[in-house]
Design a protein around this ligand. Structure first.
Ligand code: BES
Ligand code: ZN
Ligand code: ZN
Length: 483
């Protein structure tokens, strides 16, 4: 249970998180003052810094974690998240039952009161998530109650933050589930179940319907697997009188072995995560269904596995696509773009999308570009990009727009077919341009989350594995685009 309260009953907690600014000094903490800690050089209140101590000042044994928030010049909500996330994890490892959080210092260094309330709603839910479904000997958290003192905090924004935190966790959970369990069918069923309590219509199309739609590129990728593909369509019509329809298209490779252009084992290990785009859009739809913005969002996932069999598509093949362009297969590991182009064509032709956003763990090159700190973006529209950028900013996630030079556009062409699926370097941009060949003149943003969708080491509110990259931002975008 996480809630905002007017005043903390300090005696009722065995864990305390206290936000401390660099400017505070004479405040008492336990039986010390902050200036003592500063003089000793163990804690200065710098943003993101934490310091653990124990007191029995209130008659009971209390674990206290100080979280630095810096000053007006250095404060950032993303570093605050990191500090609070670390503090939560420290208290979890100390097995506390109830946490009281003092936040009054935050509003002394920043005026983003709504944003802070949202961050506080999100961050403890995000920090509490652990992927332990398959552990026989689970170590459940002892934390039962978190109370945050914040009489000036915006309750609506805080509650919204909790919904967004849950969306982040759900997205991470979908990403983390192993591919032997998370098949295309399982993903479709979980999407349906997740959206069951909302007004969102979920339609799951199987092999026959996908064939009837002429989704040849999607089918080429899917055909080697005995787990058949599913086209998952989720329709949220929050503004039925408007013609505006925003399509969220998420890459849904529940496993990517590389196909005949097989990946080495080390590169395959994380390829259950190749549906991070799908998990972001499905989780975002869950939150959109709860928050009900006045906007129409159609989310689409072309879910399949990229496997190896006698029926695999092959390097050197020339295949067709729903959009009518032929494609030379230079590499069967460049499969995501093939599933995405048919999903994008479906969104525009069959669902009348007037905006398209696709989000995908698309290229290893994205990791070379920006590492795990930001997701590269390719877009054909400045205004739509500006909205997307703001939405990601609100979620404290970074995106970075890449250029589309004419010379890059030429690289996706092929002498024997209309296009090639492996145009080469710069790999992230040419992959984006390839998808752009199918969006016609619809405003479009493509986000490559290969570097941000999962992490190898826990940090802040995140554990190792899926990060839920994009899930919260897509909810913010839906709100921004609402009328
Ligand atoms: N799913 C991978 C991209 C990826 C790599 C995601 C690492 C997350 C971490 C994608 O399908 C892929 O294999 N792309 C190839 C494309 C190339 C063959 C043109 C790549 O990036 O190497
Ligand atoms: Zn691949
Ligand atoms: Zn892939």
């Amino acid at each position: 249970m996480i809630q905002l309260v007017k005043k903390l009953d300090i005696k009722s907690f065995d864990g305390v998180i206290r936000c401390v600014s660099e400017d505070m000094s004479h405040e008492k903490i336990g039986n010390l003052t902050l200036s003592t800690l500063k003089e000793k050089g163990v804690f200065e209140g710098k943003v993101g810094e934490t310091y653990a101590m124990t007191t029995s000042e209130h008659g009971n044994f209390q674990e206290i974690i100080l979280v630095g928030i810096g000053n007006e010049a250095t404060f950032s909500t993303s570093k605050l998240r990191k500090g609070l996330g670390e503090a939560y994890k420290q208290l979890k490892s100390k097995k506390v039952k109830a946490i009281g959080v003092y936040t009054e210092a935050i509003l002394s260094v920043c005026s983003m009161d709504k944003k802070i309330a949202r961050v506080l709603g999100e961050v403890f839910i995000m920090s509490a998530y652990a992927f332990d479904d398959y552990k026989t000997d689970k170590k459940p958290s002892t934390i039962e109650r978190i109370e945050i003192e914040g009489s000036e905090m915006d309750q609506v924004a805080f509650d919204e933050g909790k919904i967004l935190g849950e969306a982040n966790v759900f997205s991470r959970h979908l990403t983390n589930m192993p591919a032997n369990v998370m098949t295309p069918e399982k993903l479709s069923l979980l999407a349906k179940e997740h959206l069951d309590q909302t007004d969102i219509e979920v339609e799951i199309k199987g092999l026959n319907e996908i064939e009837a739609l002429g989704m040849h590129a999607f089918l080429a990728v899917a055909k080697a697997s005995t787990n058949t593909p599913k086209l998952i369509v989720m329709r949220y019509m929050g503004n039925p009188s408007s013609d505006q329809r925003i399509a969220y298209v998420g890459k849904g490779l529940t496993y990517d072995s590389g196909g005949l252009s097989v990946k080495p084992t080390a590169s395959m290990l994380n390829m259950k995560d190749d549906m991070g785009g799908a998990s972001a859009v499905i989780a975002a739809m869950g939150a959109i269904g709860k928050l009900k913005p006045k906007v129409n969002i159609i989310a689409i996932v072309a879910a399949c596995e990229n496997m190896i069999s006698g029926n695999s598509y092959k390097p050197g093949d020339i295949i067709q696509s729903m959009g009518g362009k032929s494609i030379f297969i230079g590499n069967t590991d460049a499969e995501g773009r093939l599933t995405l182009i048919d999903a994008v064509t479906y969104a525009i032709e069959k669902e009348n999308a007037t905006f398209v956003l696709d989000i995908a763990t698309l290229t290893g090159a994205a990791i070379h570009c920006l590492g795990s700190e930001a997701a590269p973006v390719v877009s054909n529209n400045d205004d739509f990009y500006a909205h997307v950028e703001k939405a990601f900013e609100k979620a404290d996630e970074r995106i970075w727009r890449m250029p589309i030079f004419d010379e890059y556009k030429a690289l996706v062409k092929h002498e024997q077919a209309d296009l090639t699926n492996s145009a080469g370097s710069p790999g992230t941009i040419t992959a984006g341009i390839f998808i752009g060949e199918f969006v016609k003149d619809v405003p479009w943003v493509h986000i490559d989350i290969a570097g941000t969708a999962f992490i190898e080491k826990a940090v802040g509110a995140f554990s190792k594995g899926g990060t839920g990259s994009g899930a919260r931002a897509l909810v913010y975008l839906a709100k921004k685009m609402s009328k």
